[in-house]
Design a protein around this ligand. Structure first.
Ligand code: SF4
Length: 450
């Protein structure tokens, strides 16, 4: 059972030094109990208290990583029921199902298409995350061969769906890095637990009921296996959705550790209709799937799921931002124009893609205004002459250009006079209001050299 704020407070130094960023030990204890602070924030807590408090400081849902290296996927470690309360942290994984009874050449084509369906959207890469290989043939060698084939075709982490003996054979033959082993049940718990330990891999748990889930995860935890993923075993949209909500509540609201693991769902096994499969995956993306296994991730369906996932897992309280700085576009020189705008991601990507599309070289200065768009940032007193001048003076732009002309967005034309006063020696040029007019502007604009 999780500790209360008062339990935690008793273990703290009670000096109210504020080094944790919170004024008092009591306030820190309350925040820690609510999952809003981390024990590492207090540098004065004793080792003994640390050990005692580890339960309280652990997230109510464990984070589990599948795979290794560049393509590793972390799921879970969520802190809130609703996105508007804070944010959702680790986007759920989308996995393509491959059965070892499928034709090898067709599987190669499916994997090539999956790899190809990778998109860039507002600075993020959207793609599938895993491949689930299922031992439908019942033959261990056929399964091993398919695992090898999938590994040769795509670098994504795997979910290995087979009995313990077939998984062991595939792991020995192909050696995928930390795949998710699927699945431990009441009937095979010891064998699957042994495998998970042997390969240091995360393990899926498939109970027959909620009560059995608590029993199995508690037992596995006692065996030292912490990286668990829950499959409630239901295969209808309604039941799966109910279980996802129920286990999330038990983990986050009731702080019940046996339920504090991410989940795996199987839209692929819930419907034969490809379109409905996408709908099921969309519902679980919204609430609260950790992994979704689908048999069809063709581009038109996959893209809709990728964008939905990206939007759900964007912090609603924090606009998407790019880093402040000077960005070269189309190999600019010391004579190229210098434009500035704000660090709202959408603004940056719209402006930079218009500059890029114009084929005209330019320097794009991005001012940190807490991720607001141009007009909103100006209205909020953030995209203002003092801040813009401070950015220009601190940047290395004068090492890159030999003129002193800066182009500001047309929407903030009213600041040009004041900016000229702040930026002594600079010429302020008012650019277009709309990004779509940037290419025509750049083609006719030449910064004046001193
Ligand atoms: S840093 Fe530790 S001792 Fe200092 S106020 Fe925070 S919790 Fe208390």
């Amino acid at each position: 059972m999780a500790l209360t704020g008062m339990d935690i407070f008793k273990q703290l130094p009670k000096t109210n030094c504020g080094d944790c960023g919170i004024p008092t030990c009591l306030a820190f204890a309350m925040k820690l109990a609510a999952g809003g602070a981390s024990l590492e924030q207090c540098p004065h807590v004793s080792e003994e208290a640390k050990a005692l408090l580890s339960e309280a400081s652990a997230p109510p849902m464990r984070g589990v990583t599948i795979g290794e290296g560049e393509y590793a996927l972390k799921i879970g470690e969520e802190l809130v029921m609703h996105r508007h309360e804070k944010t959702f942290f680790n986007p759920p994984g989308l996995a393509l199902l491959v059965e070892d009874t499928e034709d090898g050449v067709a599987v190669d084509a499916k994997l090539a298409a999956l790899k190809e369906a990778t998109y860039e959207r507002v600075g993020q890469t959207l793609r599938a995350d895993l491949v689930a290989v299922k031992n439908s043939s019942g033959d261990a060698n056929t399964f091993s061969d398919m695992v090898k084939r999938v590994m040769a075709g795509i670098p994504y982490p795997l979910v290995l769906m087979a009995d313990a003996a077939a998984i062991d054979a595939a792991m020995s033959a192909a050696g995928p890095a930390k795949p998710l082993l699927y699945a431990a049940t009441a009937g095979n718990l010891d064998a699957m637990a042994e495998l998970a330990k042997k390969y240091g891999a995360p393990l899926a748990v498939k109970p027959a009921s909620l009560d059995e889930l608590a029993e199995l995860t508690t037992k596995l935890d006692g065996m030292g296996l912490k990286d668990l993923v829950i499959d409630m075993g239901t295969r209808t949209l309604k039941e799966t959705f109910q279980n996802l909500v129920f286990t999330r509540r038990l983990a986050l609201k009731k702080k019940q550790r046996p339920f504090g693991y991410p989940t795996i769902t199987f839209p692929a096994e819930e419907t034969a209709d490809d379109m409905m499969e996408t709908v099921h995956a969309a519902v679980y993306t919204i609430k609260y799937g950790g992994l979704m296994v689908l048999k069809d991730l063709s581009p038109e369906k996959a893209y809709a799921l990728y964008v939905l996932r990206q939007n759900i897992y964007t912090d609603p309280q924090r606009p998407m931002q790019v880093d402040q700085g000077v960005y070269p576009i189309n190999n600019p020189t010391e004579d190229s124009p210098f434009l500035i705008t704000t660090n709202f991601s959408l603004t940056y990507f719209i402006v930079s893609s218009e500059v890029e599309g114009s084929k005209m070289p330019a320097w794009l200065g991005i001012v940190d205004v807490d991720g607001l768009s141009t007009l909103t940032a100006w209205a909020a007193g953030k995209f203002v002459p003092e801040r813009i001048a401070a950015f220009v003076n601190k940047s290395d732009i004068l090492d890159r250009i030999k003129h002193k002309t800066v182009v500001i967005p047309g929407y903030v034309a009213q600041i040009s006079g004041e900016l000229e006063e702040e930026l002594q020696g600079w010429k302020i040029v008012v650019g277009p209001r709309e990004a779509a007019d940037i290419p025509a502007f750049l083609k006719s604009f030449q910064p004046a050299t001193a």
